[in-house]
Design a protein around this ligand. Structure first.
Ligand code: IMP
Ligand code: MG
Length: 174
């Protein structure tokens, strides 16, 4: 087990995710929503968030784009599309769900790609925002927590594919 400390505990995560879900429920006001979960990191967040959305019918879909090499903490800027969506999102309200935004390269690419499919609306929801690391400016519609430039793991986030199943967000001290 990699030595780490807790950054955001389970209770705080749940509370904030409930707030985000309430905000989304209010904004969409009963309209259908397609949540596009970015695998693998956003799985836990997407599932918990989706269960708390009320009033709208929710469709789940998944994409997998990776910008990181194995065991590499820096983004290369090179993206690898590993799994495409399976739903037709034309004229649908779409929200991209991401675990964390760092350089912004992944979300910029994904947003531009999904736009070409002519959704009715396209928003972005991220659990964690490492704001100071941004290389590509991007508008975020829903943000769980702004965090410092620390390497984080747990609740979907991995280090070398491990620790995704931790129920909290932890950080590694360098
Ligand atoms: P970006 O393209 O640089 O914004 O990178 C976003 C992706 O990098 C996320 O979806 C994560 O998979 C990964 N990532 C960035 N920071 C961390 C971290 O602190 N822990 C684990 N994964 C991270
Ligand atoms: Mg991710």
């Amino acid at each position: 087990m990699l030595e780490h400390k807790i950054l955001i505990n389970e209770e705080t995560l749940n509370k904030r995710i409930e707030e985000l879900a309430n905000e989304i429920s209010k904004d969409y006001n009963g309209e259908d929503i397609v949540l596009i979960c970015t695998l693998k990191g956003a799985v836990y967040f997407t599932i918990d968030l989706s269960k708390k959305i009320t009033g709208s019918d929710v469709i789940l879909d998944f994409v997998r784009v990776s910008s990181y090499g194995v065991n590499n903490r820096e983004t290369t800027g090179k993206l690898d599309f590993k799994l495409d969506i399976s739903e037709d999102i034309e004229n649908k309200n779409v929200i991209i769900i991401e675990d964390i935004i760092d350089s912004g390269i992944t979300l910029n690419y994904l947003r531009d790609y999904l736009k070409t499919k002519n959704p009715k609306s396209l928003k972005i929801c991220v659990l964690l925002d490492k704001k100071e690391r941004r290389q590509k400016e991007i508008d975020l519609d829903y943000v769980g927590f702004e965090i410092e430039n620390k390497f984080v793991l747990g609740y979907g986030l991995d280090y070398d594919e491990k620790y995704r199943n931790l129920p909290y967000i932890g950080y590694v001290e360098e």
